[in-house]
Design a protein around this ligand. Structure first.
Ligand code: SF4
Length: 473
């Protein structure tokens, strides 16, 4: 570590300055509310952390970032204290850097690719990205003015990250963009699926406000495919982007899986995190209860932590592989453990046990071991004979992932070509099987990261612009 007044050769800052995690609230305090658990570093700490970047000629961090963010450039500016300039560079490749920096699993992306991992800890890229963009937004330094209209109109369906990114890109090029959202609050999964302790709602609202300032229109409470047909959209708009996501929960397919108290993850997260008038399901009461969460992804971590904040007596995660093979972010896993969640790895549910009135009483499980790798390269778990045991439960939250919600039978959207799991097929420009209808994000690739949806939305916007320009020739 450096000492005050000591000479620092900037070339070796990575060796003399340790990586410093952003300030995090104590677990005992944060489980009492839904506020974000991390805060920003102060300016001096950000300059110091940014100065750890060695400015390598072929930055691997840029390859690790799905948006190819110009990371070394904004790190160099941040190290000089030029935070507004750094944020402007950051915005040039990302439509919501203040959001991605909060929700990206950096250890698998930019920071996981940082060359310093060979010798020490990586540069705290996410923390710097968050700071510079919060800094610029707080000072009103993010310009959002309506561009000169180019005469084309585009309908964007859904208002999750892919849709917002697509709309933002199009609006900046002068397109007249209308976003159709089924819920009464815009933001899609950014609002419904990501709990406020990771991403506070006002941050999404601020991003939506910037789009409105750019001239993007929102039509809320409109269920496209039900209230509006594709033919109507095609008649009124020059192109369409479908960012409808994948929100149909995968079922729990074990005996007893219909017991009272078994709840899909997403409605539970919406109920506890969002004050949304469209949430119609019966409220799930977890106060003083034993909650079991099935699954090992980020949604499972979100359920565990939301249950604990909602008064659960205990929250246990059951996952069939081990920690090394768990898809959830290591950062979120560590946060869940700190907050009191318990994990049963290499464990799979085989049945749900109920009480006399059909309510969940326990999850009957079997221990698993990892066998040889399957076609995807992951080692396939298999049950260990004679290893059955039960985990007591009052509520079971199923976080096994999502499939696309099918459009209603007879809807003209149902004619779009899909792959075997129901995802929309697109070409290299993100255009679906229907000319002028584009898509991206989870509705194409299945449940994935926010940053992947942003990349798809940007790509689709470029595809829409190119397609309309070529059609006009
Ligand atoms: Fe890293 Fe995500 Fe930011 Fe890219 S968008 S630099 S992967 S935190």
């Amino acid at each position: 570590m450096s000492h005050p007044g000591q000479y620092q050769n900037p070339k070796y800052a990575w060796a003399t300055i340790g990586r410093q995690a952003p300030p995090k609230r104590a677990a005992a305090e944060r489980v009492g509310d839904f506020r974000e658990i991390y805060a920003n570093h102060d300016e001096a700490a950000i300059r110091e952390q940014a100065s750890r970047c060695i400015q390598c000629p072929h930055p691997l961090c840029m390859q690790g970032c799905p948006l190819s963010n110009r990371i070394p450039e904004w790190l160099a500016l941040a190290a000089q204290g030029q935070f507004l300039e750094a944020a402007a560079v950051s915005r040039s490749t990302s439509n919501m850097p203040e959001i991605c920096s909060r929700v990206c699993p950096q250890e698998r992306l930019c920071e996981g690719a940082c060359i310093l991992n060979c010798k020490t800890d990586p540069v705290a890229i996410g923390a710097v990205e968050r700071f510079i963009n919060d800094y610029a937004l707080a000072r009103g330094a993010v310009e959002a003015v309506a561009a000169r209209p180019n005469g084309w109109k585009v309908a964007v369906v859904g208002s999750g990250p892919g849709s917002l990114a697509c709309a933002d890109e199009l609006a900046q090029r002068g397109f007249d963009v209308t976003i159709f959202e089924a819920q009464l609050i815009p933001g899609g999964l950014l609002v419904n699926g990501i709990p406020a302790f990771k991403l506070e709602k006002h941050i999404v609202e601020r991003r939506v406000d910037l789009l409105v300032m750019r001239g993007v229109k929102f039509r809320l409470g409109v269920r496209v495919g039900w209230d509006v047909t594709l033919a109507e959209l095609r008649a009124n708009f020059d192109a369409v982007f479908l960012g409808v996501g994948a929100q149909q929960p995968k079922a729990l397919d074990v005996p007893g899986g219909d017991a009272k108290g078994i709840v899909p993850a997403l409605p539970f997260l919406i109920q506890k995190n969002v004050d949304s008038p469209l949430v119609e399901e019966e409220p799930v009461d977890v106060v003083g209860k034993r909650v079991v969460v099935l699954g090992g992804g980020d949604t499972a971590m979100d359920c565990l932590r939301t249950a604990l904040r909602s008064g659960a007596r205990e929250a246990v995660c059951i996952y069939r592989r081990d920690l090394a093979n768990m898809p959830g972010s290591r950062k979120e896993y560590a946060n869940a453990v700190e907050e009191g969640a318990r994990f049963e790895f290499l464990t799979n549910p085989v049945a749900i046990e109920s009480n006399a009135i059909g309510e969940v009483a326990a999850v009957r499980c079997v221990r698993m071991e990892l066998g040889p790798a399957d076609a995807s390269g992951r080692r396939k778990p298999r049950p260990v004979a004679g290893s059955e045991f039960t985990v007591a439960a009052d509520v079971v939250l199923v976080a096994y992932g999502f499939d696309p919600v099918p459009f209603p039978k007879g809807s003209d959207f149902a004619q779009l070509v899909t792959d075997e799991w129901g995802g929309l097929k697109v070409d290299r420009s993100q255009m679906t099987s229907a000319a002028g209808v584009f898509s991206g994000g989870d509705s194409v690739r299945g449940p994935s990261l926010v940053v992947h949806a942003v990349r798809d939305g940007r790509k689709a916007a470029a595809g829409i612009a190119a397609w309309l320009e070529s059609s006009a020739r």
